[in-house]
Ligand binder design. Sequence first.
Ligand code: OFO
Length: 165
Amino acid sequence: MLSKKMSEALNAQINMELWSAYLYCSMSNWALDSGYEGISHWFRLQAREEQSHAERIADYIHRQDSKVVFRPIDEVPNDWGSPIDLFLDAAKHEAKITDCINRLTKKAIAEEDLATQVFLQWFVSEQVEEEDSIRAILTDLRKIGACECGCGLHLVDRELLQRTK
Ligand code: OFO
């Protein structure tokens, strides 16, 4: 059984994960509208991944005989200036999520809630992966920044279309 505070904190994290999914759906739509099919595809899969994170936390709360409570999802941005702005925002958002996961883990440590500490370890590692993959895309986008004909951006877009999960 979770403490009331831990249950509330995990429920708040579900809301964060669903907000992330909503944000990435919005980014996917912006990319499609702007002619970047691969970027759109990449963010659509990323949105699904965020939804699976929310489900993972909800399953854990259930297994701990606590209640999952869904709260309203706040509005997300809908417009960006360029693909690089899009990924810069995504990087900023993932840094924020990492901070949330770290704070949740510290809370579990402070409460001596060993099961939640172990549960959160998966998220701690996942955040390293997520920040790293967005950073890698940003590096590619920066490298092609000097390309005036747009063919570099086209190649990155084609590459992102290959993402399968
Ligand atoms: Fe993008 O991260 Fe979920 O947790």
